[in-house]
Design a protein around this ligand. Structure first.
Ligand code: NI
Length: 186
């Protein structure tokens, strides 16, 4: 007979429920990772990536799966929710930060798995420099622009308890997918 807590050697894989706006956990400042290369950290990363794939996201933050840690995931490949955007190699960043390279900003409609069915027009930096760590604690440094830069800024906002509607300058630019997409071309 199998014991419910049997220590079988199954691969860890969990698709987590995505918390939705209104949940207080999404409004907290997440805490940094101090110990790298641990089993616990690996498990969070696997859960985050599995959950992002299952929900067809192009970015996901640990707080959205109920883990108040500074970890984000991203990646775009053949995504039916985003058929017309450039591919972005899948990755994760731990304790990520960004800074603007210049003062250029632009607007685009954003979505979020924590607000299904809604979109809003948000202003973000166009060109940013990103820093963070990988699972092993190696520093990762890169530059990004346009859509990728937007994803990173959106995901890092989640780590500080900020959801995209909080960044909308005019709430008239917020609404349901099928209504609002007809109003903006970007
Ligand atoms: Ni989001």
């Amino acid at each position: 007979m199998h014991h419910i807590f049997s220590d079988c050697n199954m691969n860890h894989m969990t698709i987590k429920k995505i918390l939705k706006m209104g949940n207080l956990a999404l409004l907290q400042k997440a805490s940094p990772i101090n110990n790298f290369n641990t089993k616990a950290l690996k498990n969070i990363i696997v859960d985050l990536l599995d959950s992002m794939h299952a929900h067809k996201g192009i970015g996901l933050s640990a707080p959205q799966i109920g883990i108040s840690k500074r970890i984000i995931a991203f990646g775009v490949k053949d995504n039916p929710r985003y058929p017309h955007i450039e591919e972005i190699e899948e990755g994760i960043l731990i304790n990520p930060t960004y800074g603007s390279i210049d003062s250029k900003m632009d607007y685009a409609l954003e979505r979020c798995l924590s607000l299904p069915g809604l979109r809003g027009r948000v202003k973000r930096y166009t060109n940013i420099k990103i820093e963070g760590y990988d699972l092993h604690g190696n520093i990762i440094s890169m530059k990004s622009d346009n859509f990728f830069a937007r994803i990173i800024q959106h995901e890092i906002d989640h780590l500080d308890g900020i959801l995209f509607p909080m960044r909308i300058e005019n709430l008239q630019d917020f609404g349901y997918d099928e209504e609002i997409t007809t109003r903006f071309t970007d």
